[in-house]
Design a protein around this ligand. Structure first.
Ligand code: ITT
Length: 196
């Protein structure tokens, strides 16, 4: 991650789960700034792709702080739902960002598509686009993905968002049940991070 050239970075996110994970990925020598100190409101995410929203956020936070900014746009795609909620993953949790609500909605929508869904493999993936934006206008965006399936019920208290219902390929536990350090080493965010 351009480790040598970047000495300090602003993580442009108001999602505490993401912040924790991104801060953990970054080299310890890097001075990290975030909205925990700055309290900058998030921009409205007008894009219809992860790429557009990731760039929009990184650019916005860089303009506000005049620092090199790292932003993450991510979400879960569920194949039986035509890849929903996708870029609207945060929206499904409502204004108060209640992920019990979002998870209930996922199960309700899957049930509407197929009443026997619990007997089947409901394939899904997490996607993440990380963008680094420099105050001079230069930017780099990279995408990471992790394939998996939706669990038959919500399990585990670790992580955030949709973690309790996502089981990565070749694993048996949901991200919510896994040790966070294991999740951080295999997920969509790590895949995008490795490419940056
Ligand atoms: P910022 O824009 O401030 O970063 P946000 O929560 O609005 O925060 P997004 O628009 O990228 O972020 O929404 C992505 C949603 O997808 C997020 O709210 C999570 O619930 C979910 N998500 C993304 N990565 C996840 C992960 O690793 N585990 C669980 N859920 C995840």
């Amino acid at each position: 991650m351009h480790k040598k050239k970047i000495k300090e970075i602003f993580i442009g996110s108001n999602n505490k789960g993401k912040l924790k994970e991104i801060a953990d990925l970054l080299p310890k020598s890097l001075k990290i700034y975030s909205n925990l100190d700055y309290k900058i409101q998030s921009p409205i995410e007008t894009g219809n792709t992860f790429q557009k929203n990731s760039l929009l956020k990184a650019k916005y936070f860089s303009k506000k702080t005049n620092k090199i900014c790292l932003s993450d746009d991510s979400g879960i795609e569920i194949d039986i739902l035509g890849k929903a909620p996708g870029v609207y993953s945060a929206d499904w949790s409502g204004k108060k960002r209640n992920f019990n609500l979002a998870i209930r909605k996922v199960y309700k929508e899957i049930f509407k598509k197929d009443k026997n869904w619990k007997k089947k493999k409901i394939t899904a993936r997490f996607i993440c686009v990380l963008t680094i934006f420099w105050p001079n206008g230069k930017f780099i965006s990279k995408t990471g993905k992790i394939e998996g399936r939706i669990s038959k019920s919500s399990k585990g208290k670790n992580g955030f968002g949709y973690d309790p219902i996502f089981i990565p390929k070749r694993k048996r536990l949901t991200f919510g049940e896994m040790d966070p350090e294991i999740k951080y080493g295999i997920d969509h965010r790590f895949e995008a991070f490795k490419k940056n």
